[in-house]
Design a protein. Sequence first.
Length: 277
Amino acid sequence: MSSVAWKRSLLGVGKVLLLIALLGGAGYGIWLAREHFQRNPGPVDLTGPALPVDSVKYSTDGVFSLNSIKRMLQIPENATLMDLELKDLRKKLEKEPQIASARVRRRFPSTLQVEISEHKPLYRLFIRPKKGMPEMWLVSGAGVIYKGKDFRNATLRALPYLNPHSSLLKKDEDNGYQPISVLKKVSPLLEIARSDFPELFREWKVVSFLRPDADESDPGAHVRIESTRVKDMRFAPRDYRAQLRRLKYLLLEPGFKNKMSIDSIDLSHGRSVFARL
């Protein structure tokens, strides 16, 4: 037999012996497992000892603090991650009107991960209950009404007041208020002003409106703004950016630039602007 053939034969024998060893080891392992289960019947814990939740990690696109999140979750003392129903925890968070959506996850061995998205306030709203003093609520651009928690006072002071018709304030089953859905037609005006015309927006104090969801054939539909300089500004409930540009240019005109108080500016008639000093 040549040396090459001998080496091939030796390699083949080695493979056979290795296969026999592997099968023998596997068989022995199965036998040991069977013996163990016969002596110790019942479920097997593959996760190791459970640890109590010792950390809550959270992220938000709003202002809620970690302490506020913990108060809403109300995690029982010494509860483990597997003791917690994530669906129930998410419902607890989303019951808070300020929270638009929430996600809760387990991070083993002992951390709960919380991610929330909050409604962003665009208005302040004072509501007088049947008994007691007026209460301040916040209103989002989509019209969601909520008490507002963990906001800085400076943030709240920068928001204009909303003055809706009383018929739009309807109680809900949780002693709050139903959303003012028609605000979706009004809020783009404030959102554009706040982002692109901040020098105008920071003077706005009160917002009211009349039939903003009407079609263009309704000449009475408008959004009304009271500001520190202009007592009465009116916008058509459409093409807000173009109207804001006309307002900005008008206030830079010589006759208006140095005026500290202007009676009215009406931008709700297309390209025509009516003003009274």
